[in-house]
Ligand binder design. Structure first.
Ligand code: FO1
Length: 323
């Protein structure tokens, strides 16, 4: 069974940990990773969503944060601050710096991001094939009102420095229109037996991947079940501040609205949490098969709750295929 997963950061990575447990041994998992969160700092290219997948599945993640490395120290960050070199609001640890140094060095030597990611994964052995959505630079910016004027800030500044405390008036994956799917992305989609949208942010993670020309079309035409899992439970994001960016694109923060946002042209099936069971008929009326199952990853480290979610998603895919 060939499974393709469009993943963002923490929610997607934790779901993948369960998916790995739930699939048969002969299954392969290809993760198309969001790179719109990428940020250039101190002359280095940082890829938060790729690193979160790689560290989480490779055993190096800081579990309670869901990002960054375990056993971190911040000597380099402190020294940079001592030189007055910012930004100080983005917490890069010493171990994490090594990943960004290796990545930036390889990019400077001419390797594309997809080859760099493959090389970094040789160390971490995540047990999935991790491909960035594109080798071209895409960086999500958010339009906000600050000091009475409308400004575009980098997604990380909105997310980490501002903590999404101001309204997002627009979310723009800068560079997406000119970006091409990375080598292997369209092939993986074309060869997939099932395509999954994990509980990642539907705007800045899955949405950004779908904004790369060719990817949405490839998925819509793949002719295999496309199954999503709602990142919204009980009208609130399980984690993060997805409701803030959903509002920016005019989507209400509900499991049904997100399914309708993806649309029946893309989604064949949608899993909602049991607390949202009442929306199942509305989603089925939209032409998307829907089931209500527990979607809270209550034991992220063990991954058993996520494994159950993955089994439910694969079961729904089977229902769709045989319908
Ligand atoms: N998130 C925070 O809330 N605070 C941070 O200081 C922070 C630093 C950081 C460093 C490296 C990295 O890969 C991720 C980091 N994140 C931090 C998380 C990041 O903002 C999110 O993982 C994604 O961009 C959203 O999924």
């Amino acid at each position: 069974m060939r499974i393709v997963v469009l993943a963002g950061g923490i929610g997607g990575a934790r779901f993948l940990r369960g998916l790995k447990q739930a699939v048969p041994d002969d299954a392969t998992i290809t993760v198309i990773g969001n790179t719109g969160d990428d940020i250039h700092l101190f002359g280095l290219k940082v890829c938060p969503d790729l690193d979160t997948v790689m560290y989480t599945l490779g055993g190096g993640i800081n579990e309670e944060q869901g990002w960054g490395r375990t056993d971190e120290s911040f000597a380099v960050k402190e020294e940079l601050a001592a030189y007055g070199v910012g930004p100080e609001w983005f917490g890069l640890g010493d171990r994490d710096f090594a990943t960004h140094i290796v990545r930036t060095q390889m990019l400077a030597a001419g390797y594309p991001l997809s080859a760099v990611t493959q090389a970094l994964c040789k160390r971490w052995q995540p047990g999935v094939r991790l491909i960035p959505m594109s080798d071209d630079r895409v960086e999500t910016h958010v339009a906000v009102d600050l000091d009475g004027e409308r400004r575009a800030v980098h997604f990380q500044e909105y997310w980490v420095k501002l903590r999404a405390s101001v309204d997002a008036h627009a979310v723009v994956p800068v560079g997406a229109e000119q970006a091409k799917p990375a080598p292997g992305v369209l092939e993986a989609i074309a060869e997939a037996d099932v395509i999954l949208f994990p509980p990642s942010n539907p705007v800045v993670s899955v949405g950004t991947i779908l904004a790369v020309p060719g990817i949405r079309e490839a998925i819509a035409e793949a002719g295999v079940p496309v199954i999503g899992l709602s990142p919204i439970v009980g009208d609130a994001p399980v984690r993060g501040m997805a409701d803030k960016v959903l509002a920016a694109v005019g989507v209400e923060s509900s499991a049904a609205a997100v399914a309708e946002h993806y649309g029946s042209g893309l989604l064949d099936g949608w899993l909602v949490d049991t607390v949202d069971a009442d929306v199942v008929p509305r989603i089925e009326e939209a032409g998307i098969k829907c089931r209500a199952v527990p979607l809270m990853m209550t034991d992220p480290e063990e991954g058993t709750a996520a494994a159950e979610m993955a089994r439910a998603a694969l079961a729904l895919a089977e229902e769709v295929r045989t319908a």
